[in-house]
Ligand binder design. Structure first.
Ligand code: PLP
Length: 418
């Protein structure tokens, strides 16, 4: 076992935080213990979330906002409680500004559609070269429909955004800036508050994709200062099929709904309809009530451990992983060298073993990583590699997970050196 400078300062490195509350982490892969290093794809779920999901289906299972009966009232209360809990957790000024969606991707599509009527041909949307496809393709679709220009903040070789270019990129026609808080490939934590501030001074709307930061970095809507913040529950220890769009209610008023149907209306005639108040205007159809009923249990855990402690732990794991990977030699490691400047993940390229082969061999060691372009093809083109291997961490990650990763890479290199 390695002893590494900064990383040994954090006791939790040996044990993880609250690891025993995550039942899946006790399973094996073949005869090996599981080393789950794919939290950026989806986090594991604590027992309390699993219990809350089961509780909903065992005891409530009713649609929301529809029935005047005990089950429907309890289901509606659980659903609305989630909205209030999320608002409190991320410091949203008003629960009426929290739209419950299917995930970060749905939230971004909702936004790209919802803002369309405010934009004119020739207007510009500013993104970055490090965006996940979820924060790229919806804007491309909008640009195609509306005749808009997309512009991009470049990524520097050190994995940081080149913000020196911002004055020239924030032009007369820029209407929206949408950027990721913590990159799912580079790990870079972007200065979103600074970008939001500089955009606001010019009357430009800002969107922050917090898919990789919610549950991992302290997140405060007011401190970020963006108009819109989006994230998914499943990367923050909650269930799949649930996400959020957080805004001030007045900002939501400016959006057109994307989906029409039940629940989002006030009055319907055969020829036309009027919309319900925000945020329900954006919640057509039956939502994932069970997931919403269960997510507060994940927030409880995050708040019990404390966002700063989770951040400290994940930064320590990242520092340890960076040290170990660097010591292996021969790898190209992407993103900022300083673990304080990045979220809890490391992506790398090993010229000796393709990421797909590496991930297959790591699986034999019980080590689960992600190999590929991680839904960021333009960024990989910018990095000059077709794919990377990504190890990503959560509050439960331990030092032995990283040690197993390193042992697995050594083994893969032996196999491919033959
Ligand atoms: N944005 C970022 C930075 C992501 O990493 C992801 C998922 O990996 C998404 C958006 C999309 O999240 P979801 O698939 O939960 O909608």
């Amino acid at each position: 076992m390695r002893q590494s400078g900064r990383s040994t300062d954090v006791d939790s490195l040996a044990t993880g935080l609250a690891r025993d509350r995550f039942p899946l982490l006790a399973r094996t892969i073949g005869d090996r213990p599981l080393h789950y290093l794919d939290t950026a794809a989806t986090s594991q779920k604590p027992e309390a979330v699993l219990a809350a999901l089961a509780h909903f289906y065992r005891h409530q299972n009713a649609n929301v906002h529809r029935g005047l009966n005990t089950l429907a009232e309890e289901a509606t209360e659980a659903y609305e409680r989630c909205r209030r809990r999320v608002a409190g957790w991320v410091g949203a000024p008003d629960a009426a500004g929290v739209v419950i969606t299917r995930g970060a991707t749905s939230s971004l599509n909702l936004l790209a559609h919802g803002l369309e009527h405010l934009l004119l041909p020739g207007d510009e949307i500013l993104l970055t070269e490090m965006e996940h496809h979820a924060n790229l393709v919806p804007w491309q679709m909008l640009a195609r429909r509306r005749g808009l220009q997309l512009r991009f903040i470049p990524v520097r070789d050190d994995g940081e955004l080149d913000l020196d270019r911002l004055p020239e990129l924030l032009g007369e026609r820029t209407r929206v800036v949408s950027l990721v808080h913590a990159s799912n490939v580079l790990g870079t934590v972007n200065p979103v508050a600074e970008v939001a501030d500089r955009s606001r001074q010019r009357g430009i709307l800002t969107v922050v994709d917090a898919a990789q930061s919610a549950g991992h970095l302290p997140l405060d809507f007011a401190a970020v200062g963006a108009d819109f913040l989006v994230f998914s529950a499943h990367k923050a220890y909650g269930p799949m099929g649930l996400g959020f769009l957080v805004a001030r209610p007045e900002a939501l008023e400016r959006l057109e709904p994307l989906e029409g149907g039940g629940e989002m209306i006030e009055w319907v005639d055969l020829e036309s309809s009027t919309w319900a108040e925000v945020p329900r205007r954006f919640e057509a159809g039956t939502p994932n009530v069970a997931a919403a009923a269960a997510f507060p249990a994940a927030i409880d855990l995050i708040e019990e451990l404390g966002a700063p402690a989770i951040r400290r732990h994940e930064a320590a794991v990242t520092a340890y992983a960076l040290d170990c990977l660097q010591d292996l030699g021969g790898l190209t490691i992407y993103g900022p060298a300083d673990s304080e400047r990045r979220g809890g993940l490391v992506s790398f390229w090993d010229p000796l073993v393709h990421p797909h082969d590496l991930s297959t061999i790591l699986d034999r060691h019980g080590v689960v990583v992600r190999a590929g372009h991680h839904c960021a093809q333009p960024l990989h083109r910018r990095l000059g590699v077709p794919a990377t291997t990504r190890a990503s961490f959560g509050l439960y990650t331990r030092r032995d997970d990283i040690d197993a990763l390193i042992e697995g890479i050594r083994d893969a290199r032996k196999v491919f050196a033959r």
